[in-house]
Design a binder for this molecule. Sequence first.
Ligand code: 5GP
Ligand code: SF4
Ligand code: MG
Length: 461
Amino acid sequence: CGVFAVYAPGRKVANLTFDGLYALQHRGQESAGMAVSDHNSVTVYKNMGLVSNVFDERTLASLPGDLAIGHTRYSTTGASNWRNAQPVYRSVGPYGFAIAHNGNLTNTSELAEQIGMLPGMVSSDSDLMAELIAMRFPKEKGDTRELRPGEALVSATLSVLPELQGAYSLVLMDAEVVVAVRDPHGFRPLCIGELDGGGHVFASETPALDVVGAQFIREIEPGEMVVADDHGVRSYHPFDPKTLEPKLCIFEFVYFARPDSRLLDQEVHGTRRRMGMYLAQTMPVEADMVMGVPDSGVPAAEGYALASKIPYGQGLVKNRYIGRTFISPDPASRVSAVRRKLNPLSENISGKRLVVVDDSIVRGTTTRSMVKMLRSAGAAEVHLRISSPPYKWPCFYGINTPSRKDLLAARYDMEEMREFLEADSLAFLSLDDLRKAISVDGGFCDACLTGNYPTKTSQQP
Ligand code: 5GP
Ligand code: SF4
Ligand code: MG
């Protein structure tokens, strides 16, 4: 998912939030929404579909206010339906707040049980967190703990955070404040920027800051909570320092983030190009042309061509009006989506020995039909080169991967995979080279590649 938040005194922020969400569309395409406050009330508008389908000039005009949060959704838990669109809103007595989430909690059932919810009653992580937070608001009128709106949200959130396990990059708001939080491992990215003319912006990725003209300040630290209100921004550290252990998702670099994102001071595109260069050095092959599978395989293909000195060319055209096929949740729609999405350039590949570079293989279904397509368009040989190690373990931290029985690399050895994919050769980047390409020391989650999960989880891989 993509999350966005803004606090910009005196500015109407609905349009700005739209732009931020539009820049985060790649992180989730099922639903989009925003909550906006004019310091009197919080208004939520959300629906199924792309950011540009959900909002138009008229709806944006009807959302007054100078603080907002927003969300683009890609479902990991919970069905893909309106009820699960975010932000989720709760009113508690005189208070009302909204929350939007990127990630995946790993102790959902324990938390639900604690508060007397049956497993089937929890429709999403955000729902559950909203419930947990709502329960910490002062209840009784005249309660000595009665707090002003902003204070109530901040203190309720601070008291809930230590109970959450797993991956969460959150944005929250009430009528008065905006809050942004990253879990102690920082699985999912979240950064903060400053607007010209005052105000702050929070976003999953830096291109959302760029598009609204905000200057990048820094990433929110793993285990940090930042509050923006009329007094500016301030930071809280609600976790035991011993639990802070950076584990940014390594797949943000491989696949998930935009190439123009900056993560850990690296432009993602450059890291992907280096992945391709290392792949060429360690897994060479004689060929006539290097091509990338659009869009995610292209930067690594550029690197492979550069390092191997095999000419780079285009072998597939992607329909630019189709999003990420992997992100469509149901497998049947995924297969047909590949054919809709990619079409070969026959003249350019006919008779050629191709190095075909992609970022990853998960189920193998898209890769297999893509290889078939290249062959029927006349490719003489197809040598698959993958710019990440084999994906063998399911992700519990916010990426919707299938169980082991559907992960190609968990079911098959290298030769069986090659055979299934009908490729002439198949090779992957090593984990060491992946780390070298990112050129930041340690601090990554790589559980889907190694099976080393950074947190306990009640789910069985
Ligand atoms: P497969 O051949 O496993 O069906 O699909 C592989 C393709 O899925 C790659 O091109 C990769 O870019 C894409 N993909 C889309 N979403 C994801 C994701 O969340 N994780 C990974 N690893 N690959 C994904
Ligand atoms: Fe990322 Fe893989 Fe870890 Fe999931 S398991 S957070 S996809 S590195
Ligand atoms: Mg791809």
